[in-house]
Design a protein around this ligand. Structure first.
Ligand code: G3P
Ligand code: MG
Length: 241
């Protein structure tokens, strides 16, 4: 079973920071996952929440601030004083960390709360400028965004994100169309999801930090997990990367 470092190596480093991505880039795992939002001046930044309150010294929505303003806040000290000085990374800065590695990069488009007009196009331009199309998976809870991504850049792999147990999941995924299903881990092993494992559509599950659940998902045929503890899971599952 493959392993994605969720928000970078976020168990031991502040999530979605260059420190967390550098650590992930040293690990022999399959890939890394991170989340993208858009600023008031249409720049792409890597952060999980719509607001910066939880993971920085600032307050407010990403969409209401310019990149310069966002860069003035500290995104490391909330996690530990050891990481004071970490700033919010741009998508470009994160892609550069992985330029010299062969990790797969799962870029999650966080356009499910705010629509971020033009975000899909900008992400694709960034990825193609870096010639990283073959190493990227674009995923989103906003299935319109991945539908558009597939139309604009058919060679880039996509994943539809779900929290729910689906009925007829194969039909749904093929209809978007998406290449893979990224699903909350308890839903992945419910009976109505079984048809996915026979269909050849990769099923990837988040966020799996428990070793027993990881083993269960491996046995069920899950292709990959997203985990905050990629090093520990690599040792446990013997990820063949
Ligand atoms: O992409 C998998 C997972 O990251 C989706 O949930 O909330 O951690 O972005 P979330
Ligand atoms: Mg995510």
């Amino acid at each position: 079973m493959k392993i994605f470092a969720h928000r970078g190596a976020s168990g031991a480093f502040p999530e979605n920071t260059i420190a967390a991505f550098k650590e992930a880039s040293y690990l022999p795992v399959y890939g890394v996952e991170f989340d993208v939002h858009m600023t008031a001046d249409d720049e792409l930044v890597v952060i999980h929440d719509e607001k910066i309150n939880r993971t920085s010294t600032g307050k407010g929505y990403v969409k209401d601030k310019t990149l310069t303003e966002l860069k003035s806040y500290d995104f490391g000290s909330w996690f530990s004083p050891d990481f004071t000085g970490e700033t919010i990374p741009t998508l470009q800065e994160v892609l550069e960390v992985f330029c010299g590695t062969d990790h797969i990069l799962n870029i999650e488009l966080k356009s499910d709360i705010f629509p971020y007009e033009g975000m899909v196009e900008k992400v694709i331009t960034n990825v193609t400028d870096m010639q990283m199309e073959s190493r990227v998976v674009l995923s989103s809870f906003d299935h319109g965004a991945i539908q558009l991504a597939k139309k604009l850049a058919p060679s880039i792999e996509t994943g539809a994100l779900f929290m729910e147990v689906l009925v007829n999941p194969v039909d749904y995924i093929r209809n978007i169309p998406a290449d893979a299903l990224h699903v909350l881990f308890p839903a992945a092993i419910r009976p109505s999801m079984r048809e996915l494992f026979e269909s050849g559509i990769p099923v990837r599950t988040f966020t799996v930090n428990d070793e027993n659940y990881a083993r269960m998902l491996q046995q069920a045929g899950v292709e990959a997990i997203f985990t905050d503890y990629p090093e520990k899971m690599h040792a446990l599952l013997k990820d063949h990367h």
